[in-house]
Design a protein around this ligand. Structure first.
Ligand code: FES
Length: 360
């Protein structure tokens, strides 16, 4: 390699770079001399840059406010034509644009600040063993303090305040989106259609497949039958698939009916809630709410297919295996004057997933 191909040496501190290269072509060529920027030598230019950075942070704040305003004021069904995107949701477009501008301005402001106002003097750092000695650590702390002072974070209050403001507002966009999780369920999870039943106005148990009310003799020992609420004051035709809230209602109302010889029922309370060995349990697993559909008639075990929680229906639906945290709630049943199975009240415990805070 000829000498004219070798790198030109610079040594900002001592100016001995060329000599070092001449002696050793692999020597550190050093750093080029520092070129001061306009903002380093012209206080008016520095002030102008400071205003530009602050303006970017201010625009970010306004965009975040625009995001929140769009979220609460634009109808989610509204469609607009935006060239070249075509017909799109006005809400999605507004949220995307405002959030994009808010984040872009924070980034652009930070970059512009670093490029124009923070110190750009490069400092060579020698490589040493990984563990630094006390002197080096003290040196690093000192350099950090110097860097913090040179960044102007403390001195340039306008930039500092607008940056803090823009970064404090941006997370509000995420907080607003929490509203999309929907309204709090409040007491809705504690109540089912069976709560409407009273001893004066009982609700019949209706076979989920045939839509017919059931008598105890329809439930044979060893069988598993599913039931739903029959006619009531609020649902004169009983729960029907055509009901607007059918999915929500059946997810809480569904019953699992079994019949066990009364002497085989281990739990006395459970026996009392049933009628001549017919027991009505919630079909909804108390783990995360899968519908239970497997029943082992010899052992009286019901198995949830999702995560294998197993309930002993002869013992108050006690959990004998799996992740479910509570027994299946049981509905008190009896018969009406015509001999049909009826409920005279709601479940004693909330149905469904037990991870939800239970109110009892
Ligand atoms: S939902 Fe039943 S075990 Fe998980």
């Amino acid at each position: 390699m000829s000498d004219d191909k070798l790198p030109v040496a610079h040594d900002a501190a001592e100016g001995h770079g060329e000599a070092a290269v001449a002696e050793n072509p692999f020597a550190d060529p050093g750093l080029p001399p520092h070129e001061p920027r306009r903002t380093d030598i012209d206080e008016r230019a520095a002030k102008r840059a400071e205003r530009q950075v602050s303006l970017l942070f201010l625009v970010s704040m306004l965009a975040t406010v625009g995001f929140i305003a769009s979220y609460v004021s634009i109808d989610s069904d509204k469609i607009v034509y935006i060239f070249p995107l075509g017909h799109i949701s006005a809400l999605n477009f507004a949220l995307g644009m405002t959030l994009g501008v808010a984040l872009f301005c924070i980034g652009a402001g930070a970059v512009h600040w670093a490029r124009t106002l923070m110190s750009d003097v490069e400092l060579p750092a020698e490589r040493h063993a990984i563990e630094a000695d006390d002197e080096t650590r003290a040196d690093v702390i000192q350099q950090f303090k110097t860097g913090a002072a040179e960044s102007g974070f403390g001195r340039r209050k306008m930039i500092r305040n607008t940056m803090i403001g823009s970064m404090a507002l941006v997370p509000l966009s995420g907080v607003m989106l929490l509203r999309d999780l929907g309204p709090l369920p409040e007491k809705k999870l504690d109540r089912t259609d069976w709560n409407e039943a009273t001893s004066d106005a009982p609700i019949r148990l209706v076979n989920m497949n045939t839509n017919e009310p059931m008598k105890p003799e329809d439930i044979v020992v060893g069988s598993l039958t599913f039931a739903k609420p029959g006619p009531s004051a609020s649902r004169p035709a009983g729960l029907q698939e055509s009901d607007e809230d059918f999915q929500e209602a059946i997810a809480k109302d569904a019953l699992m009916l079994i019949r066990i010889q009364p002497n085989d029922i281990k739990d006395a309370d459970s026996r009392d809630l049933g009628f001549e060995g017919v027991l009505a349990y919630s079909k909804i697993c108390t783990h995360v709410g899968c519908p239970i559909s497997l029943y082992e008639q010899q052992t009286h075990h019901a198995l949830c297919p999702c995560h294998q929680s197993t309930f002993d229906l002869s013992d108050g639906a006690r959990v004998i295996f799996g992740p479910a945290g509570h027994p299946l709630p049981q509905l008190k049943i009896t018969t009406d004057a015509s001999g049909y199975l009826v409920a005279t009240g709601g479940f004693k415990h909330p149905v469904g997933p037990s991870f939800w805070e239970r109110s009892e």
